[in-house]
Design a binder for this molecule. Sequence first.
Ligand SMILES: Nc1ncnc2c1ncn2[C@@H]1O[C@H](COP(=O)(O)OP(=O)(O)OP(=O)(O)O)[C@@H](O)[C@H]1O
Length: 357
Amino acid sequence: MASIELNGLGHRYPGSSDYALQPQTMRWEDGGAYALLGPSGCGKTTLLNIISGLLIPSEGRVLFDGRDVTTLPTEQRNIAQVFQFPVIYDTMTVFDNLAFPLRNRKLPESEVRSRVAEIAEILDLSSELKRRASGLSAEDKQRISLGRGLVRKDVAAVLFDEPLTVIDPHVKWLLRRQLKRIHHQLKLSLIYVTHDQIEALTFADQVVVMYQGQVVQMGTPQDLFEAPAHTFVGHFIGSPGMNLLPCELNGDSIRVGEQSLAIPPALAQQLAQVSGPLTLGVRPEFVRCAAEGELASLHARVLRLEDLGTSKLLTVQLGAHQLKVKLGEHAELPGEQVQLALQPERTMFYAAERRVA
Ligand SMILES: Nc1ncnc2c1ncn2[C@@H]1O[C@H](COP(=O)(O)OP(=O)(O)OP(=O)(O)O)[C@@H](O)[C@H]1O
């Protein structure tokens, strides 16, 4: 296993003046489980291909444990890869498929047997080991692909490119949990590309959120939820995402539309240093219905209440903007008008999309 450092790493495809990947520097720790999460076209595959050696970046360096691998071909990087679709040998048995990466490295047969047994056990393939891979379902075949990616202990990292795309949603959930268990048991460095936030948040210790060729935040699922560093993280993570409202500083308060919200003097001082328009961000989970006349609350017009099963979602009109509020499963429609209080420590401020307070 290895740490991975990206040093001023950026990429422009030949003939394009735009960066597919903006130059950036970051470090991923040895043994970590990282998810690269972002919408289509944000640069996830470009970054993964640079790490795997399929693509040489136009700028910057990639280091594995301090060793510069930027221009090394994939075979010399000592990595394992799992792709969207199964890559297995149909004519071989499940055992021989799982054993292949180990036999390729000339490991003694006794070690091959014990390692294959360990991986097969974790992936629920133990009873299938003698079967030919050709007769298996697409899901079982992808399970074998996962096993082949995970079977070697000596790889620098295992890279996954949307590996659960072909998997049925129910089995997907099981496999995600198995992957998490594998990570805890085997302590492999895992990098997992996905555009699915649930997949990223359940699998990874650290989620690397990408947007328009940039990593806009790297953090635990809790960091991303409680303190989004970028408005994109705010609305991309969460269901529904963060409420984002244009606002202005006005002395010791914030103006939101026609209304005023008192804020602590220290926060007002901090916001006074910021240039450019401000946006207030608060997740629907951190807004509550307040008592009439309660200090530091906003007045809004009720639009609708939807039942989400374990919670209810209230939509209100606040000036020109709509705001979502998550309420308990037994909440009732609060009438035509409502006072809303925002949890102060979970209310964020953004300028030019970045969090400033
Ligand atoms: N071979 C290429 N030549 C030119 N531009 C490319 C090439 N591959 C990708 N791009 C562009 O680079 C940007 C990043 O693409 P990339 O495939 O890395 O994103 P992604 O997040 O992996 O998206 P997806 O989930 O759709 O695969 C996009 O604007 C894309 O059009």
